[in-house]
Design a protein around this ligand. Structure first.
Ligand code: GLU
Length: 498
């Protein structure tokens, strides 16, 4: 790279941080870090009707949770480039200055077409089987005609005039060579709305240019905007940055772009967080949506990704969202993580109380909860894929005496007799009543003393403590319960079998 790299992530605060936004942010972040460049956060809030309250804060907080930070932005202004919110930039007249320049050059013009006229135009084009386009009716109109429209109280939009049959081309990092002809771009397009706000396609050019952005990495849904933006760069005599259009994320179930309406797929970063995905795993997973390093390996830390990131390996094909892979990956991260750290993170989820699982656990005193979660992780660290599952298990263990077990099931199994099952339970009960807490050793002794072995020993105990035939590490679970509960569970089953 000859120039110092400057990239930007430019969300519109119209919703909460979606996995598609996070993907754009993440590739910009990897790009900036890999090339030792600067990452800018710019807030594109000119569509005031679509802005949501806390939209910007949600972007910021969730990006931070993911481990993505920036060097410049509303909270870290560089005086050379600030402000970083388009609404503030607009108030300073930054955009209108260039709109005026294009008006003066005759490349932009005022358009007084009314909503009804536009609708008619669209309908006529549809009837004639033409692609929808603005027909340029106000291009080259005289000042008198404009004044007459003003006198009628009409407020103009400002449109950019395309030259005829002109190719707009660029070499896209992900897509290779891309070309559009000006005749197929929907006609002259609006660059300033009648309320004086610039449109996205105009503001983005002024900002990328004036913020010295060298590379624009953004979702492939913006490919058709790029020729319009290049037209503005040309008209203002500016060089355009290098573009990289990141593959869109597809839902494998619908075969289409992942949509916020696909209710069966978690898509917001806050949801991953709430369900107990680890941010390290999400970062790793998203980095593989539209990109992959050489080789088969899939687990990479953030630092490793920064190191191996190679923009030339950005893919052109859509990235299919694979929920199973995400869960697997999260499970891998859970397995690798220190149990104290996992406990801490689960405690945080409980404190945030954003799921029923978390809310229920809030009723448990904090030090007891910490012990419960840590021991539950001790049993399940190797078999869960999300911390939400840990919270579920913890609650089930905590609340075991309120659950009903169907003890008759055990006697329905081949070879299990009431006498043997009861002997095992009674023998262990006596040991626990003596105060034994070395449960693994105690169970072994039960086997020796009763002469009952294998499944005939373990199944009844699994049943007594979990209500199921197979259970992991039964003695660890007994350690979670403690003496009183263990005795109560054994008594309950002994009684039921009488
Ligand atoms: N505000 C635009 C969006 O959220 C940014 C597109 C771009 O990066 O140019 O889609």
């Amino acid at each position: 790279m000859d120039k110092k790299v400057r990239v930007r992530y430019a969300p519109s605060p119209t919703g909460f941080l979606h996995i598609g936004n996070a993907q754009s942010a993440l590739f910009n972040y990897l790009f900036a870090c890999h090339f030792d460049g600067t990452m800018v956060l710019r807030i594109e809030d000119t569509d005031t009707k679509r802005n949501v309250e806390n939209g910007e804060a949600s972007q910021r907080d969730n990006l931070h949770w993911l481990g993505i930070d920036w060097d410049e932005g509303p909270n870290k202004p560089n005086p050379k480039y600030a402000p970083y919110r388009q609404s503030e930039r607009n108030a300073q007249g930054i955009y209108h200055k260039y709109i005026q320049e294009l008006l003066d050059k005759g490349i932009a013009y005022k358009d007084y077409t009314t909503e009804e006229e536009l609708k008619e135009m669209r309908e006529r084009q549809r009837a004639n089987k033409e692609a929808p386009h603005y027909d340029g009716r106000w291009y080259g109109k005289s000042e008198e005609e404009q004044k007459a429209a003003e006198a009628k109280g009409l407020k103009p939009t400002i449109r950019f005039h395309f030259p005829k049959n002109h190719d707009y081309e660029w070499d896209d990092i992900a897509r290779g060579h891309v070309s559009f002809n000006s005749d197929n771009l929907g006609g002259d397009f609006i660059i300033e709305k009648s309320d004086g706000m610039p449109t996205y396609n105009f503001a983005v050019v002024v900002d990328d240019h004036s913020m010295d952005i060298t590379h624009v990495l953004r979702g492939a849904d913006h490919i058709s905007n790029t020729p319009k933006q290049i037209a503005i760069y040309e008209a203002l005599g500016w060089e355009h940055p290098t573009f990289c259009h990141i593959p869109l994320i597809f839902n494998p179930k619908t075969g289409k772009k992942l949509s916020k309406r696909d209710k069966d797929t978690l898509q917001f970063i806050s949801e991953y967080k709430r369900h107990g995905y680890l941010h390290e795993a999400i970062f790793n997973f998203i980095a593989f949506l539209g990109w992959s390093p050489k080789g088969e390996r899939e687990i990479y830390s953030k630092d490793e990704l920064i190191k191996v990131y190679d923009p030339d390996r950005m893919s052109k094909a859509p990235a299919y969202f694979d929920q199973k892979k995400l869960d697997w990956m999260n499970g891998q991260y859970i397995k690798q993580m220190d149990i104290d750290e996992l406990t801490k993170r689960t405690m945080e989820l409980v404190a945030e109380g954003e799921t029923d699982e978390a809310k229920r656990l809030q009723s448990i005193p904090e030090d007891q909860l910490e012990d419960l979660l840590k021991k539950t992780l001790g049993v399940h660290q190797r078999d869960v894929e999300k911390l939400l599952e840990v919270m579920q298990y913890a609650w089930d263990y905590y609340n075991v005496l309120n659950q009903e077990f169907d003890y008759d099931q055990i006697l329905a199994k081949d070879g299990f007799t009431k006498e043997d099952v009861t002997a095992v339970l009674q023998n262990l009960r006596a040991k626990i009543a003596e105060g034994r807490t070395d449960y693994a050793a105690a169970i072994k002794e039960v086997g020796k003393e009763t002469g009952i072995k294998g499944r005939y020993l373990w199944f009844p105990l699994n049943f007594a403590f979990t209500g199921a035939i197979s259970a992991p590490q039964i003695y660890q679970i007994m350690d979670i319960y403690g003496e009183q509960t263990n005795l109560a569970l054994l008594d309950r089953m002994i009684d039921a079998l009488k």
